[in-house]
Design a protein around this ligand. Structure first.
Ligand code: IYR
Length: 224
């Protein structure tokens, strides 16, 4: 069934205003850094929910919105997530990672220790939903498939990181691998698969970040 259609709400701005807004956004986004040392200071009330609402505006395959954002506040649950993540990460750094992978990570100074999973004020576990369980009229279970789930959830997480940055928070994307334990620890149903952990808060006093550069425009853009 076709949706009712509405006139698009669209603000038309001048070319100069367009360029100016985009330049400002670039300047602001150049300041976004992945932070790995967080202060324990709480984030403002309501902010995380609004940022998740921003993420929820992302486009998705057939508008199926195949995501779930679990805000983890319970300190005991945080402790269990840290414990399980560090166990996997230890395996990764000490056994699973290839020498090339470890060499690529070496400049970032990361290791298996993930204290921020307990100490940062905010941890959001993002789940992808590849299908929704549904029930047919005769009571039998079926799976209602979602589309382009990786792309859709990636865009939503991008929106979330952008919202948290614009809101003045530092963020970290963390993908302990494998991360099935998140489903169990957070009691999520089995059609929700762990996608990523997002840590957010304020940098710890004296927090430092590696002196990274991004590729220049002429390295990432081709014109035909
Ligand atoms: N998941 C590990 C390792 C790691 C992998 C990549 I690729 C990074 O860009 C950073 C870390 C960890 O979180 O330490």
């Amino acid at each position: 069934m076709l949706h009712p259609f509405l006139p698009v709400r669209f603000e038309r701005i001048s070319a100069e205003e367009s360029r100016e807004r985009c330049r400002r956004l670039l300047e602001n986004f150049r300041l976004r850094r992945t932070v790995r040392e967080f202060d324990t200071e709480a984030v403002p009330d309501g902010l995380i929910d609004t940022a998740i609402e921003v993420a929820g505006t992302a486009p998705s395959g057939a508008n199926r919105q195949p995501w779930k954002f679990v805000v983890v506040r319970d300190p005991e649950v945080r402790r269990r997530i840290r414990e399980a993540a560090e166990a996997e990460e230890r395996e990764f750094y000490e056994r699973r990672a290839t020498p090339e992978w470890l060499a690529d990570l070496a400049p970032l100074g990361t290791d298996w220790r993930k204290p921020f999973l307990e100490s940062a004020p905010c941890v959001i576990a993002v789940f992808r939903i590849d299908y929704e369980p549904a029930r047919l009229a005769d009571g039998t279970e079926r799976k209602h498939k979602n589309y382009y789930v990786g792309e859709s959830v990636g865009i939503a997480v991008g929106f979330l990181l952008a919202a948290l940055h614009v809101a003045g928070l530092a963020t970290l994307t963390h993908t302990p691998s494998p991360m099935q334990f998140l489903r169990e620890v957070l009691g999520r149903p089995k059609h929700e698969q762990p996608y990523m952990l997002i840590v957010a808060g304020y940098p710890a006093a004296g927090a430092r970040v590696p002196d990274l550069t991004k590729k220049r425009l002429d390295e990432i853009r081709e014109t035909v």
